[in-house]
Design a binder for this molecule. Sequence first.
Ligand code: GDP
Ligand code: IMO
Ligand code: MG
Length: 431
Amino acid sequence: MNLCVLGAQWGDEGKGKIVDLLTPNFGVVARYQGGHNAGHTVYVNGRKFVLHLIPSGILHDGVTCLIGNGVVVDPHALFAEVDKLAGMGFDVAGRLFVSDKAHLILPYHRELDILSEARRGERKIGTTSRGIGPAYEDKIGRRGVRVGDLRDTSDNGPLVGAIRENVDARNRLVGNTEMKWQDVVADLRVMWTRLEPFVADVSLRLSQAFATGTRVMFEGAQGTLLDIDHGTYPYVTSSNAVAGGACTGLGIGPKAINAVLGVAKAYTTRVGEGPLPTELLGEMGQRLRDTGQEYGASTGRPRRCGWYDAVAVRYAVRINGLDALALTKLDVLDGIETLEICTAYKCGDEILTEMPADTAQLAACTPIYESMPGWTQPTRGVTRFSDLPAEARAYIARLEAVSGVPAAVVSTGSERDHTIVRDDSVAATWF
Ligand code: GDP
Ligand code: IMO
Ligand code: MG
């Protein structure tokens, strides 16, 4: 039984916590897209780990972690993370592998990311400045450099040729400073000595896992509304964060994915620019930000906060074929008198119950809310559904009804054991 776990909103839903929690029941955890723009926070006995490129299963011994061809890899970021984990007592050697088809993020990608944002001015995306977009641009433009290309860094080889051309293009664009292709190549030669033992045919490893009955978890980064095709374009990331991305980003067939779990907060957040229909700009937004510690795990930016948007989650159910939700951060809503749930959008004279494709139209929408009573008792750390206050149970039931899937997992805190797994749900087979 292979499971895909991904974001059902705008990222930061708590995917890291859920993947870490599920990992003991899987032999392999594989990331299929994104790069170190992701920040997946996992707490284990009060210790905080933030994973960017490395799958969130790495904190469990004996689990193999794979970084697929769909991921863009900055080798410096990768080794910074490997070193950090080593410093915390986790050795990844022999259980972390990177696809030789994954594209590299190189120094000029980071520069071009920042430059492109500056050029857009008011229309900026609010990227993480990690070079993600430009690296995917080079991939699609067929001038990218892949991990496996580092095998041949000879002066007349194809890798050096591509880097020379790309650095030339960068120098023409930037003008006032010059980057030397020789420096980029020299750095990559050093990187290769460290990277080589990690390189693998990820698709082949996965097919071997399937053949031996090893359970595999596919870990998404970002979220459905940040997907390059299905998100709030152009305010999105540059990869397919949706379930379909797991097939192309790992080299597996669609039938290898047996179930899809969408992670969604019990409210909504977004970091960066772009429409967020339920955004709360006043006191309630600040309350959610403070209580939920809603600051970006990668960039430290304050996250924009709002009420639960069932139109967006229902859309994620459709686009990903979600079987269930893992509903996180329920405890953040403790003590709020009245909770609002957005069930439709009002756009001019129209009532929309489906996500519009036109981002300008979405930006012009206002949410239509229904209200639910909140609860006063704390829910933090509750592990049994029946121990939740009646109002919290009713709130969850309503979210399930308006989102169209059951909340098989409910998270009540950042620690592993702050979790309710509903044994009467589909999740029972995943634990
Ligand atoms: P990801 O990118 O989807 O993995 O999510 P992030 O790690 O960026 O953001 C989620 C944050 O919420 C992290 O700091 C988690 O430790 C935290 N978190 C996850 N689940 C819960 C929960 O149920 N309650 C609370 N209070 N925090 C949670
Ligand atoms: P995880 O995996 C939330 C957002 C950025 C920006 C847009 C494009 O932790 O959920 P990029 O640097 O990817 O070109 O930025 O996407 N973004 C995220 N927001 N969580 C993430 O990852 C994100 N990764 C990118 O803020 O709006
Ligand atoms: Mg995150």
